[in-house]
Design a protein around this ligand. Structure first.
Ligand SMILES: Nc1ncnc2c1ncn2[C@@H]1O[C@H](COP(=O)(O)OP(=O)(O)OP(=O)(O)O)[C@@H](O)[C@H]1O
Ligand SMILES: [Mg+2]
Length: 231
């Protein structure tokens, strides 16, 4: 894998279009989208339901291949990478957070944060140290041994944030991570994530229907009718 550049654009989406081929129907979701995400930037992604926010995050996260266009992440031209190298880049560079926490129910909070690190080949001692650091930073020092079912919604989402950060990614892709939370927990989870993004100098795209939260981010992107606008 060759790294092309070292500038301050962490993610560059260039001329991205996406068409879903659903049986005989073609659904054009994204129409020539261009987005640059700077290092250290937290961007909100808003827009009506069904406009393609999740699709865009899946494309940026190398989970879905766009119909057209190119993606550069941390200087790597992702269009040219093999599936294996994409998986490695995803594991090291990107952390995902979803609307539901998607934690493993049979594992504790601590184990849920440990697992992705062990999968990426970190030593147990190193992974333990990182898991404790992250869970403490997210106010969960007293919840390490709790299983997800014993956590509140906000606590479970904070564990999901710790897990997303566990392999020290440069990019966090969050798809309505506060969508299932009440207004107070949503703000609390958002503020903790924002603080971590800033202190770690990483980047985050945060899709949300919550306009109040969107206003608090560095930049607001609106996706509508296949196009993206800065608002
Ligand atoms: N795998 C798929 N196959 C076919 N069509 C799809 C697929 N995934 C999404 N779509 C369609 O693409 C459009 C965009 O969906 P997407 O989930 O990206 O929207 P969204 O902005 O995230 O919506 P929401 O705010 O409700 O989460 C929708 O019309 C949806 O039906
Ligand atoms: Mg969505």
């Amino acid at each position: 894998m060759s790294n092309l550049s070292n500038n301050k654009d962490l993610l560059i989406l260039k001329n991205i279009s996406h068409i879903y081929d659903q049986e005989s129907q073609k659904i054009k979701v994204l129409n020539n989208i261009n987005i640059k995400v700077l290092k250290g930037e937290m961007i909100s992604l808003i827009g009506p339901s069904g406009t393609g926010k999740s699709t865009l995050l899946n494309i940026a996260g190398l989970l879905e291949k766009p119909s057209f266009g190119s993606i550069s992440l941390s200087g790597y031209d992702c269009t040219k990478l093999s599936e294996d190298n994409k998986t490695i880049l995803r594991g090291t560079e990107i952390g995902f957070i979803f609307q539901s926490h998607r934690l493993f129910q049979e594992f504790s909070a601590f184990e849920n944060v440990m697992l992705p690190q062990l999968i990426m080949g970190k030593s147990k001692i190193e992974a333990e140290k990182k898991s404790k650091e992250l869970l403490s930073a997210l106010g969960l020092k007293n919840r390490l041994e709790f299983r997800p079912a014993k956590l509140s919604g906000g606590e479970a989402q904070r564990v999901a944030i710790a897990r997303a950060l566990s392999n020290s990614p440069n990019l966090i892709l969050a798809d309505e991570p506060t969508g299932n939370l009440d207004a107070i927990s949503a703000k609390n989870v958002f503020e903790l994530l924002y603080k971590l993004v800033k202190s770690l100098n990483i980047s985050c795209i945060f899709a949300t229907h919550n306009r109040d939260l969107a206003e608090l981010m560095d930049r607001k992107l609106v996706l509508k009718n296949g196009f993206v606008y800065d608002e």
